[in-house]
Structure formats: structure tokens, C-alpha cells
Unconditional design. Sequence first.
Length: 280
Amino acid sequence: MQPEGPTTAGLMYSDTAGDGPVIVFLHGVLMNQTLWDEVVDGLRDHYRCIVPVLPFGAHRTPMPDDADLSLQSIATMLAEFLVELDLHNVTLVCNDWGGAQLAISPGGSDRVANLVLVSCEAFDNYPPGLPGRLLCLNAILPGGTFLSVQLLRPRWLRHLPFTFGGMSKKRVPNNQFLSWIHPACHDPMVRRDLTKYLRSVPTKKLLLQWAEQQRSFQGPTLIVWAREDKLMPPAHAKRLAAHFENSQLVWVDDSRTLIPIDQPAILTEHLRAFLAAHAS
């Protein structure tokens, strides 16, 4: 994967280029494009893989001062990203963050042909679990976001259940994780962006309304879920399979939420099979 490069719709992104069918990968909070490196390496021979770097604290270039970084606005930003890059028949893949669902509704993108949901936020599970709730609660306090990211620097704190410990069985390699939190640790404008996002939690009622709107999506939907997930309830995987009309559910063992870290080869195999059937 190339390092993040140009900016489109306000987002830096990585792009393997090429003429193959397009896959756009989305990451979660305090992560960047490197979450998908091993998966992208396994797909780039036949597919154009694009990973926008979302303004979730691991982005190196701060957003404009007046940027609206609410959940709905970022979904709309993603829809604009697809338009500005003139991407069509996109396969949209997300992990941890539930943004792929939001890009189709309320983001309103008509560029998405296929959807892949990899152990992610769904329905009203936002923010997810104790780690997500603590991060959002800390963001309300002056200096709370700074404290949150600084506490993730020591490995022993990072691996506790109420931080990143419940997200991966394999654990994120240290250098990779430090690259994720470096911008938020050192750039106050990046922390400002992350804080904006964390303070914009929609109501449960609105989240469920959006989820109901997403039922109208008719494209093929692959749901890949970690059977041992601690943050994204496995019951939500079954519920999503019934939620989308044209869906397929597969389970991944020996993994938690970050399947691209824990089981990248297995995830790549599932994506290859799905893309071979549906991506054009």
C-alpha cells in the first residue's frame, strides 16, 4: 500500500491504481489506512484498492476549522469522495466503524454497488462497548481527548479490556499502533478534529431510523463477523443478514473486531470469493 497521498473531498487517501474493479476500504477511530495493508496486498493484483484516511485522530492533515465532523457529515463526505474520484460500481468495505452503511443512507451515494461489513458498528451500537463510551465521555472534558490518546502509548494500558485490548486477539504491532496515535498525541488540530467527531453522537432513535432506511439497499452485501467479538455483538451479524435483502454471512474464528489484523488471509479469501461473484 502506498502512503496516504493526495486530498479529495477533504480526505487524504491511498490508491493502488489500475483498471480493475474498485474497492474502497474504511477504518475506525484512531486508525489509518495501514489497518488494511495485508488485505490490500492480497487483492491489488486484480482490484484497484483505495483507502481514505478518515478524520478520526490518525490523520496527519487536520480538517478545515469549520468542518462538520458529525457522523452524518462524514458519510456525506464519503459520498462526495466517490464522486470527485469518479468511481462507479464501488465495493465499499468497512471494519469497526459503521460508515459503509451510512454512506448509502443517509449519505445517499449511488456509486456503491456492493457492501462488505466486517465486524462493525450497526443499529444503535454507537459508540461501541465500554471503550467507545469511555472515549466519547472523555472527549466532553477539557483535555480529555489528549489524556485518552496519551494513555494508549504504554502497551500494558493499551491492551486492557476498556482500551484496545478487546479489539484484537493478535494485538496490533507496536510500530503500527504508535503510527495510529502519533498525530493525535502531537497535533492539537488533529485532536480537535477527533474531539468534534466524538462529541457528535447521534441519538439511539436517529441511529435506528438510519438503519431502517438502509434496508432499501439492493446490492449484494457480505457480512464478515468475528465469532468472539467483544464490541460488535455477534447477534448483530445475524440481524444484519436479515436486514439486507441480498446478503451473505460468514463467520471468522480466532479473531475479535479487528479481523484485518487478526485474520487477514481468511478475510482476503472471503473478499476474493465475494468480489469474483459481484464486482465488475
